[in-house]
Design a protein around this ligand. Structure first.
Ligand SMILES: Nc1ncnc2c1ncn2[C@@H]1O[C@H](COP(=O)(O)OP(=O)(O)OP(=O)(O)O)[C@@H](O)[C@H]1O
Ligand SMILES: [Mg+2]
Length: 218
């Protein structure tokens, strides 16, 4: 089972968007996918509730008092996580994951918050959690060809853990109403008309290639 965690304690950076789109992508490819929603806001669970029956099935994994009931035949387990997650919970979730995706928005506040989060993550990791977890970043909700986009890309390309290890920057996802539409309807950009979502699908390719390769596994 491949366990993928979407984590960044900064609110609204795109965790649920990436978690749900990834779940839909793998389910559509015939994988047995489970989605664990660790956020009391329940964005991913709500998305699953409105997911149309004719689309590929995704198992809903309820998280109650830190316990998960993951179906035994799950091939891909995706964790959506809350903003402002406290240390103990973060350590518990990170220790369960093989791969971590950190979405970051193009704003100075979000970039500074990401920096602080990585420092903190290293502290927690040293003490308690899976040290071999593979981490990558994604720039999200970016208006292409803007100064903010260029700054975020430059920042993520150079990003490293406080121990000097480079964090691969996977891709840039544009700001697109397609994500808002998909979120409302329990679908994904991969399940919408290709003519509408082609630029979005293209932007996901580096991330999907990484996730489909051994490079994203410990
Ligand atoms: N690339 C994008 N283009 C346009 N809208 C986006 C994009 N990514 C996310 N959004 C929208 O931004 C809002 C926040 O995204 P999302 O809920 O995925 O963030 P989050 O990190 O899960 O938030 P929280 O920390 O509250 O759980 C949502 O309304 C979502 O539809
Ligand atoms: Mg969320």
């Amino acid at each position: 089972m491949h366990t993928i965690l979407i984590l960044n304690p900064k609110g609204g950076c795109g965790k649920s968007t990436i978690a749900t789109n990834l779940a839909g992508y793998f389910a559509m490819r015939g994988k047995n996918v489970s989605l664990a929603d660790c956020d009391p806001q329940c964005s991913s669970s709500d998305w699953l509730k409105v997911r149309p029956d004719h689309l590929a099935t995704i198992n809903h994994v309820p998280v109650k008092k830190g316990k998960l009931l993951v179906p035994g035949d799950t091939e891909i387990l995706i964790f959506d996580t809350p903003a402002s997650i406290h240390d103990q919970k973060m350590a518990r979730i990170v220790s369960a994951a093989q791969t971590m995706i950190i979405p970051v928005l193009p704003s100075p506040i979000d970039m500074r918050a990401a920096e602080r989060f990585l420092k903190h993550l290293i502290k927690i990791r040293k003490k308690t959690v899976n040290k071999k977890i593979k981490i990558a970043t994604v720039a999200n909700r970016v208006r292409e060809r803007t100064l903010a986009a260029a700054k975020l890309e430059g920042y993520l390309e150079k990003l490293e853990l406080p121990n000097g290890k480079k964090i691969p920057f996977m891709t840039l996802l544009r700001a697109s109403q397609n994500y808002v539409y998909a979120a409302e309807r329990g679908t994904t950009i991969f399940e919408m008309a290709p003519s509408k979502t082609f630029p979005d699908r293209e932007q996901w390719q580096p991330l999907l290639k990484w996730l489909n390769s051994k490079r994203s596994l410990p």
